[in-house]
Write a protein that binds this ligand. Structure first.
Ligand SMILES: NC(=O)C1=CN([C@@H]2O[C@H](COP(=O)(O)OP(=O)(O)OC[C@H]3O[C@@H](n4cnc5c(N)ncnc54)[C@H](O)[C@@H]3O)[C@@H](O)[C@H]2O)C=CC1
Ligand SMILES: CC(C)CC(=O)C(=O)O
Length: 364
């Protein structure tokens, strides 16, 4: 990968490599765009096949955060971190302390939170070194684990997408195929089960599958079978790039609505599912609940206020569908348009973010 060429093409501001020999920390912080405010986005810990794959993931996820935060109406830019390693084996306290010091060094240009492979406990350790971290324990007056809130937002957004596809937003009796039943999808399954949806689930973690089977009466399938099952709604809730040339021909769902980031392998896959008549709820619009929740910490966390904003995900999905129909474009393009227009409007009044993150965080 020619890194500067890639950064120039997609207009990234900064890429930071963090190394700490003693703890084994190898982290990449990508800051995409800070026009709207400091870059807020989670830290993912994952066993990447190569350093290049980790860099690419950090860059793609950071850009997604710029669009997510803009579309959600937050005054925040987009960034993300990946830590290279196995979250089950390679974590240690010194690692997150070292990482916290690197975040502090950015002086508020980047604020972190949880993502795949990191937890509230990890954020609490980071908090020992910096205030530029959210999703820390409620004991600190913070919002805690963002996953249940993300799940609630996905559930509401799924209902809005279902209304377009089926003429009603009721999910009672609808068959929903959930890919990955981790932190977010477990809570999502609970909402769906409570509304009377029938669940088909898969995960590479057999215990997670078993829990969904026992608690929600879900039917379990193998990971490679989830695309082709007979269902009304496909909910990708594991990792990205799952809507691709290989999977699209298998999909029978009329709606795709899930929590995973970067679901489309490439933009053209959004065009293909649009032509197939599938209602696609753009990932970064429907999964914004977690970031909306942690972002509220910057104003002194208020759960009621945060949930009120999370509710706007329903109308945001409606808005995206409306723009798509009006302009005869796929929903992913409509979402991009919505986010880009907001950033452009603000670009006239501010350019690069300069240290006021500290000022915001002092209101905690
Ligand atoms: N946690 C949050 O608040 C937010 C999460 N997201 C995104 O939602 C997705 C899920 O996040 P979490 O639930 O927090 O992560 P998680 O790590 O708790 O859950 C992911 C689950 O997917 C499973 N999985 C991995 N590869 C799989 C495969 N090939 N087939 C089937 N299952 C597979 C894992 O075993 C795990 O149970 C991620 O893409 C994340 O970036 C997006 C916004 C916020
Ligand atoms: C997990 C969230 C709090 C932030 C984030 O990184 C995301 O929405 O993907």
């Amino acid at each position: 990968m020619e890194i500067f060429k890639y950064m120039e093409t997609y207009d990234y501001e900064q890429l930071v490599f963090c190394q700490d020999k003693q703890s084994g920390l190898k982290a990449i912080i990508a800051i995409h765009d800070t026009t709207l405010g400091p870059a807020l986005g989670g830290t993912r810990m994952w066993t990447y096949e190569s350093e290049e794959a980790a860099i690419e993931d950090a860059l793609r996820l950071a850009k997604g955060m710029t669009y997510k935060n803009a579309a959600a109406g937050l005054n925040l830019g987009g960034g993300k971190t990946v830590i290279i390693g196995d979250p089950r084996k390679d974590k240690n306290e010194e690692m997150f302390r070292a990482f916290g010091r690197y975040i502090q060094g950015l002086n508020g240009r980047y604020i972190t939170a949880e993502d795949v492979g990191t937890t509230v406990a990890d954020m609490d350790i980071i908090h020992e070194e910096t205030d530029y971290v959210t999703g820390i324990s409620p004991a600190f007056g913070s919002s805690g684990n963002p996953s249940p809130v993300t799940a609630y937002g996905v559930y509401r957004g799924m209902k809005a997408a279902a209304k377009e596809a089926f003429g009603t937003d009721s999910l009672e009796g609808k068959v929903v195929a959930v890919q990955g039943v981790g932190n977010v999808a477990y809570s999502l399954c609970r909402h769906l089960h409570e509304e009377g949806a029938q669940l088909i689930v898969t995960d590479i973690n057999k215990e997670a599958v078993q829990r969904a089977v026992e608690e929600f009466g879900a039917r379990a399938v193998e990971p490679n079978e989830i695309y082709s099952v007979d269902c009304d709604i496909y909910a990708p809730c594991a990792l990205g790039a799952v809507i691709n040339d290989h999977t699209i021909p298998q999909i029978k769902a009329k709606v795709i609505a899930g929590a995973a980031n970067n679901q489309l392998r490439d933009p053209r896959h959004g065009d293909i599912i649009h032509e197939m008549g599938i209602v696609y709820a753009p990932d970064y619009v429907i999964n914004a609940g977690g970031v909306i929740n942690v972002a509220d910490e910057l104003y002194g966390y208020n759960h009621e206020r945060a949930m009120k904003k999370v509710e706007t995900i329903y109308s945001n999905i409606e808005k995206v569908i409306e723009i798509a129909k009006r302009d005869r474009i796929p929903t992913y393009k409509a979402a991009d348009r919505m986010a880009e227009e907001r950033i452009e409007r603000m670009r006239n009044s501010r350019s690069q973010f300069l240290q006021n993150g500290h000022h915001i965080l002092s209101r905690r």
